[in-house]
Design a binder for this molecule. Structure first.
Ligand code: F42
Length: 145
């Protein structure tokens, strides 16, 4: 097991800390929007360290949809590269923790369907896509059985 290295971004690291230390009771929404957030625990592809990131909670049945939007930034977030390199993750959704496997959604029909679900839950994703040249990646996380 590698050690946990918190995000360099303090508001992100603080949300993870509050969410995890309260076992999913506190810090479970995006700022004051009331929209639910999950924590994705994964491994850094270069450091091998444990990384934890909050993401919007978007579901498709029992699966989670992870959108690597990073506010429409020109580059993919670090976690995108980590998940491409190592697909086993742990997802905390409030008090529940699931072991899951992620894959980037490449098929255009599947991606369109999942993107529509994500934008319905969190409309700013579309603004982020409109302002970046990147094609914002989408992962699906499925039970790791
Ligand atoms: N980001 C999203 O992309 N989508 C969301 O839906 C979303 C929702 C959200 C809700 C609440 C909240 O608090 C944050 C939210 N974020 C969302 C932001 C998200 O949690 C991430 O902070 C953001 O996407 C940036 O991801 P990042 O992995 O680039 O993290 C930055 C801040 C960071 O800590 N970068 C590290 C650094 O040192 O620069 C890199 C960490 C890392 O993973 N390093 C790897 C390693 O080996 O350890 C190597 C990575 C590489 O590039 O190869």
């Amino acid at each position: 097991m590698g050690k946990y290295i918190p995000s360099k971004s303090s508001w992100v690291a603080e949300q993870v800390e509050l969410y995890e230390s309260s076992l999913g009771v506190k810090g479970t929404t995006l700022k004051d929007t009331g929209l639910p957030v999950i924590i994705v625990t994964h491994r850094g592809r270069k450091t091998g360290a444990i990384r934890k990131i909050p993401l919007m909670k978007v579901v498709d049945g029992e699966n989670y949809i992870l959108v690597a939007s990073m506010g429409g930034a020109p580059k993919h977030p670090g976690w995108y590269h980590n998940l491409k390199a190592q697909s086993n993750v742990e997802i905390r959704d409030k008090a529940k923790v699931y072991k899951m496997k992620v894959r980037e959604v490449m098929g255009s029909l599947e991606k369109q369907r999942l993107w529509a679900i994500a934008v319905a839950v969190y409309p700013p994703y579309q603004e982020y896509q409109d302002k970046t040249d990147r094609n914002i990646p989408v992962f699906i996380a499925e039970a790791n059985s």
